[in-house]
Design a protein around this ligand. Structure first.
Ligand SMILES: NC(=O)C1=CN([C@@H]2O[C@H](COP(=O)(O)OP(=O)(O)OC[C@H]3O[C@@H](n4cnc5c(N)ncnc54)[C@H](OP(=O)(O)O)[C@@H]3O)[C@@H](O)[C@H]2O)C=CC1
Ligand SMILES: O=C([O-])CC(=O)C(=O)O
Length: 268
């Protein structure tokens, strides 16, 4: 029998992930969508009906719950999923800037938390080098429309909108992972991924640029430390449904789940 997976989130990543996993019925069964809000139908990426489940039902049937919803969903469901003994694959890693939530989700068990590599690469190197790293600079560049969201403070929103009309790239944020995640909760989870892999949030500095000419989402990662210097330059096509999300993210989650279901090769 395959690995039983419930999706938490059925937007751009969730639908794409469902479509990819449906191609491996021998290894993985996607059995529903967890949503604690008012029940509604999950439309469907494969033509197979996908039920919307409450938490108790999801915990009763899932071996892994794959979160691709929002940091709020990690806060709402993460601790209960882990405490139930069910495993949790997390995309919205920005939620884990909160040390209390980090403790509940990453350290307590008995369920295991898996962190997706998501929209970037190189996390294996960062994890392996954690003890030698002094500083990581993450420079993320997206089109202005991908950075705008309803929760932005007015001046920041105006700055991003101005970049769109000027046609020139504009740095709209420079600062800590915590502040980046607070301002762009669904846009800069990759910063939290780097901090978690490096074992320290203070070692990562984030710059976000709104670039009207950008055709790809770009993440430039520069790592400095006693073990050496490493640079990754990642240019991702955006998900066709959500310009804020790199299409690579769903592929990374599918790849991770297939590994959990036993499919190699296993790079560790
Ligand atoms: N680690 C990484 O590299 C990356 C991580 N991400 C994370 O993945 C998340 C999903 O991305 P994407 O699919 O593009 O976003 P979408 O907005 O396309 O989809 C998110 C889906 O999750 C649902 N959702 C949101 N909050 C909750 C909740 N509390 N409970 C249940 N369902 C919820 C939304 O429902 P509704 O619309 O009804 O609110 C929506 O259907 C992003 O918010 C981001 O945090 C994204 C890209 C890269
Ligand atoms: O998809 C991306 O390129 C990055 C992203 O949105 C995130 O880290 O939340």
């Amino acid at each position: 029998m395959g690995l039983n997976v419930v999706l938490l989130g059925y937007g751009a990543i969730g639908r794409s992930l469902h479509g990819m996993l449906a191609r491996h019925p021998d290894r993985i069964a996607v059995i529903g969508v967890l949503d604690g809000r008012a029940p509604k139908t999950a439309d469907d990426a494969t033509g197979t009906p996908l039920p919307v489940l409450d938490l108790a039902t999801a915990l009763g049937c899932a071996e892994v719950i794959a979160e691709c919803a929002s940091p709020a969903a990690v806060r709402e469901f993460g601790p209960d999923i882990i405490a139930s003994g069910t495993d949790l694959l997390i995309a919205s890693l920005g939620a884990l800037v909160d040390p209390r939530l980090r403790g509940l989700v990453l350290e307590r068990g008995p369920g295991r938390a898996y962190l997706t590599t998501g929209a970037i690469g190189g996390l294996d190197l960062v994890r392996a080098s954690a003890g030698t790293i002094d500083a990581i600079d993450l420079d993320t560049r997206k089109p202005p429309a991908a950075l705008l969201h309803p929760g932005l403070p007015g001046p920041l929103r105006a700055g991003i909108a101005a970049a769109a009309t000027s046609g020139d790239p504009c740095t709209v944020f420079s600062g800590s992972v915590e502040r980046a995640v607070e301002l762009f909760p669904s846009n800069i989870n990759v910063a939290a991924a780097l901090a978690l892999a490096a074992g320290g949030f203070t070692r990562v500095h984030v710059t976000i640029t709104a670039d009207p000419a950008a055709t790809l989402t770009r993440h430039e990662i520069r790592i400095q430390g006693s073990g050496g210097n490493h640079t990754f330059l990642i240019g991702n096509a955006a998900d066709p449904e959500n310009p804020a999300t790199s299409a690579l993210t769903a592929r990374a989650m599918a790849s991770g789940l297939l590994r959990l279901a036993g499919a190699g090769p296993h790079f560790i």
